[in-house]
Each structure stands twice: as C-alpha cells, then as structure tokens.
Ligand binder design. Structure first.
Ligand SMILES: NC(=O)c1ccc[n+]([C@@H]2O[C@H](COP(=O)([O-])OP(=O)(O)OC[C@H]3O[C@@H](n4cnc5c(N)ncnc54)[C@H](OP(=O)(O)O)[C@@H]3O)[C@@H](O)[C@H]2O)c1
Length: 221
C-alpha cells in the first residue's frame, strides 16, 4: 500500500489502538484531530510508547489527514457529521473506512439507532459519491486494540461494494497481530455490523469481558 493510513479522530481510544497496531505491523499512520496540535501530541506519545521498529506515526488536523488514500473514521456517532464536513474537501476519492456505530443507551442497556440511509457507512457513501466506502473494525473493543501485550485474536468484519477497497482493508486487518480480515458482503450489510456492538456490550456486561467476533469453520487464504 502506498502512503499512510489516516485516522480521523485518531486521538481517541479506537484511533490510538488502531494506530499502534498498524504501526507495529509496519503501516505508516497519520492521526487526524479537530486540533492539529492535539493530533501531533498524540502521535508523539504513541511513537514514544512503541519505540524503534514501529512505522512512523504523525499527527495533524482532520482536513489534512483526509487527503490520504485510506481514511479511517474513528469518531463518535454524536457529532460525526461535523467530522465528515472537515474531510469533505480532501477525502473525496479516498477509501473511507467507517467503524462508527450509531447506538444509544437507556436503563435496559445499549441499543442501535436507526439511520435514514440504512447505516452510517451508506450515509457516508451518499455524501462522498466518488469515494469507496467500507465498514470495518465495528466489533473490536478499544480495550482489545489498545492492549498491546496480547494479540487481537478476533475477526475484523469488512463490508463494502468495491472489491479492491474491501481487499485492501481485509489486508490491513490481516496485518494486525492475531486479527483476521473477513469480507462479509456488500455495503448494505453495514447496518448489521454497526448493530452488533450493542450485542457485544450486552455480552461484556453480563460476562465482564471484552468479547469480539470469531467465525467458526472458516478457512481463508
Ligand atoms: N470504543 C470502542 O470500544 C469501540 C469499538 C468499536 C467501534 N467503536 C466506534 O469507533 C468510534 C470511535 O470510538 P472511540 O471510543 O475511540 O471514541 P472517542 O475516544 O470518544 O473519540 C474519538 C475521537 O473523536 C474526536 N471527536 C470528534 N468529534 C467529537 C465529538 N463531538 N465528541 C468527542 N470527540 C470527538 C476526538 O478527537 P479530537 O478531539 O482530537 O478531534 C476523540 O479523541 C465510534 O464511532 C464508536 O462507535 C468504538
């Protein structure tokens, strides 16, 4: 893959965890932030933590990061539209990877929120018609990504309509220690991936863990 992977919201829990995993796998990363200095500071901290041997991690503002060929959206559902605005001029033809899960909580726990487009990923595809949008990393807990003492040991489910973009993201997932990228089908299945997180949150609460997804009886090349 040529050029770094950009992570919008790269200063957050998922962004930092994914950045660390990718950098340890030799993939250069740019952390995007609403504040360029915050992005640069988060990148410097991660670089120190990972030490020599990891690929470069740099930090900047979201708009600049959005110019990368692969742009991962790791921002909260609340306010995510403003983050889309910030990359609207730069990520027009990128592969955009969404891990954004539209969910809310009430006294019965987490539940999925209905999105007019069908899913957040399809909403992004409507806003960025020239981009190739993929859903991935929706079901991996930030705590698991960020625990660098242990392999991820999960499947990373990837949905999208563009075969090359899906293959690229499956390959990225495969590079993460212990993870396996699995292409699950078309972008319209993103609603399923985005809705799995409330299920995992329910499991985590009941069994006090950070559960992920692993398909049984699946051999991939
Ligand atoms: N946490 C998990 O275990 C997990 C698992 C799977 C999927 N996800 C999904 O991954 C995405 C990121 O999750 P996260 O837990 O990493 O989120 P987070 O830590 O709360 O936020 C990530 C970053 O988003 C930026 N941001 C942009 N707009 C924001 C706003 N209105 N409020 C707060 N922060 C904002 C912030 O960076 P700057 O201030 O530097 O711009 C922040 O550091 C979410 O959509 C979530 O559904 C999370």
């Amino acid at each position: 893959m040529s050029g770094p992977v950009a992570i919008i919201g790269g200063t957050g829990a998922m962004g930092r965890g994914l950045a660390a995993r990718l950098a340890l796998a030799g993939v250069e990363v740019v952390l995007g932030s609403r504040d360029a200095e915050r992005g640069a500071a988060a990148a410097a901290t991660l670089t120190d933590e990972l030490g020599a041997g990891a690929a470069a991690i740099t930090g900047t503002d979201n708009a600049t990061a959005g110019g990368a060929a692969v742009v991962v959206l790791a921002v909260p559902f609340d306010g995510f539209e403003a983050n889309l605005d910030s990359i609207a001029q730069t990520a027009t033809t990128s592969v955009i990877v969404s891990m954004v899960n539209p969910l809310a909580f009430d006294r019965r726990g987490a539940y999925p929120i209905t999105v007019e487009a069908g899913s957040i990923a399809e909403h992004i595809a409507e806003r960025f018609p020239e981009a190739r949008v993929v859903s991935a990393f929706n079901t991996v807990a930030a705590r698991v990504l960020g625990d660098l003492d242990r392999p991820v040991d999960e499947d990373i489910l990837v949905a999208g309509d563009d075969p090359e973009a899906v293959d690229l993201v499956v390959d990225l997932a495969d590079r993460i220690e212990g993870a396996r990228g699995v292409a699950v089908g078309a972008l319209r299945l993103s609603m399923v991936l985005e809705s799995l997180t409330p299920v995992l949150i329910g499991v985590n609460k009941r069994y006090r863990t950070h559960a992920g997804v692993r398909f049984s009886r699946l051999q991939v090349d």
